[in-house]
Write a protein that binds this ligand. Structure first.
Ligand code: ZN
Length: 89
């Protein structure tokens, strides 16, 4: 039971920290002030995205446009560079 209480306390603390972090961001943003009336929405929603899953502006480009992520692009570029270098030798 002690262990459960500790886990629950940790979970609540992390949620509160996340909410406070998003509240700080929302206070600075011009379009997110209306969200401060219901701060617990920030438990599962970031301050600067609109919350619509298929949004063209703030959605994940991998999901919406089927683009590669920056890490994947970088890795592929490094691979191309490596292969072109090994062909020169
Ligand atoms: Zn959006």
């Amino acid at each position: 039971m002690q262990d459960l209480e500790e886990k629950r306390g940790k979970r609540r603390r992390l949620t509160t920290n996340a909410i406070n972090r998003q509240k700080r961001i929302a206070k600075r943003a011009w379009n997110a002030e209306h969200l401060l009336k219901q701060p617990h929405r920030f438990a599962k929603h970031h301050a600067l995205d609109c919350g619509r899953p298929g949004c063209m502006v703030c959605g994940n480009p991998r999901k919406i446009w089927k683009q590669r992520t920056l890490q994947e692009k970088k890795m592929m570029q490094e691979r191309i560079d490596y292969e072109s270098d090994s062909n020169l030798e």
